[in-house]
Design a binder for this molecule. Structure first.
Ligand code: HEM
Ligand code: MG
Length: 233
C-alpha cells in the first residue's frame, strides 16, 4: 500500500522531476529527498508506478550521473537540478536555468504546455505540439537556450514516462485531468481513479511511446540551429 502524501517541509530536497518528487511526497523515497540509493529507488519505482527492474535500474543509473562524487552509489533530488546533465531547457513545467530556477513547478510555464494539450485526452500529437511550443518559447526568450536533437529525444521520453506511468501505453494517451493533477500536486492521482499499471512497465514501453510522439514531428527543423538542420546542405 502507498504511504500518506505530505507536501515537502523545510529543508526537504526536491527536483525538476515530478515523478520522483511525487514518490518522495508519499514517503516511497526518503521524504528529505536525500541519499537515494539503488535499492530504495528501484523499489519506489516498482511500488509507485510498477516499473520493472531493468527500467528502474536504468533510470537510477541515469540519476547517479548527477552526483559529482566519483563512483557515487547515491544521488539526491538536488543533484538532479544541475543544468546540462539530465536537466535541460524548455521543460514542460519548469523555467529554464537562465531564469535562476530550473527545478520548482512553475504555473505559468505549465500553463503554456497545458494550452497545447487540447482535448480531455493527451495524445502523441498534442504531446509533440506542446513540446515544440515550449522549445520555441525558450528559443525566443532565453539568450542561453540550448537544445539539440538528443535533448529532443530525451524530452519525448519525458512525456513518454508520464504516459507510461499514468496513461494508456499502447495508444500513447493519458487523461488530461490525471496528468495535470500529477504535475501540479506531485501526488499519485489515486483520488481521480488512477491505478498503477497492472502489467510491469518495461524499457520497450517507453521506447514505443517515445516513437509515437517523435513520429508526429520527425526531426525538429524549427528548433535546430542552421548548421544542425538536416534540411540545409
Ligand atoms: C524530468 C530525472 C523518473 C517524469 C526529469 C528531470 C530529471 C529527471 C533530472 C529534469 C529534466 C528537465 O529539465 O525537464 C529522473 C530520474 C528518474 C526519473 C533520475 C528515476 C530514477 C521519473 C518518473 C517519472 C518522471 C518515474 C514519471 C512517473 C518526468 C517528467 C519530466 C521529468 C514528466 C519532465 C518535466 C518537465 O518537462 O517539466 N526527470 N526522473 N521521471 N521526469 Fe523524471
Ligand atoms: Mg528543465
Amino acid at each position: 500500500s502507498i504511504p500518506a502524501w505530505h507536501p515537502p517541509t523545510r529543508g526537504d530536497l526536491r527536483s525538476p522531476c515530478p515523478g520522483l518528487n511525487t514518490l518522495a511526497n508519499h514517503g516511497l523515497l526518503p521524504r528529505d529527498g536525500n541519499n537515494l540509493r539503488r535499492a530504495v529507488v528501484v523499489d519506489a519505482l516498482k511500488t509507485g508506478y510498477n516499473f520493472d527492474d531493468a527500467l528502474a535500474n536504468g533510470l537510477f543509473e541515469t540519476g547517479l550521473t548527477t552526483n559529482p562524487e566519483p563512483n557515487a552509489t547515491w544521488f539526491s533530488l538536488e543533484h538532479l537540478n544541475t543544468h546540462g546533465i539530465i536537466e535541460h531547457d524548455a521543460s514542460l513545467s519548469r523555467a529554464d536555468a537562465y531564469t535562476g530556477n530550473n527545478h520548482a513547478f512553475n504555473p505559468s510555464i505549465f500553463a503554456q504546455t497545458s494550452k497545447y494539450w487540447t482535448g480531455a485526452t493527451l495524445t502523441p500529437t498534442t504531446m509533440a505540439y506542446a513540446r515544440i511550443a515550449r522549445e520555441l518559447d525558450s528559443k525566443v526568450f532565453n539568450p542561453e537556450y540550448a537544445f539539440d536533437a538528443s535533448r529532443e529525444i530525451q524530452a519525448w521520453g519525458e512525456s513518454a514516462i508520464f504516459t507510461a506511468a499514468l496513461g494508456n501505453i499502447q495508444e500513447g494517451t493519458a487523461d488530461k485531468n490525471i496528468v495535470e493533477y500529477f504535475f501540479k500536486k506531485e501526488r499519485l492521482p489515486v483520488a481521480l481513479g488512477w491505478k498503477k499499471q497492472a502489467v510491469p512497465v518495461q524499457n520497450s514501453d517507453l521506447a514505443h511511446i517515445t516513437n509515437l510522439i517523435g513520429n508526429v514531428t520527425g526531426s525538429v527543423p524549427v528548433l535546430l540551429t542552421p548548421s544542425e538542420n538536416p534540411l540545409r546542405s
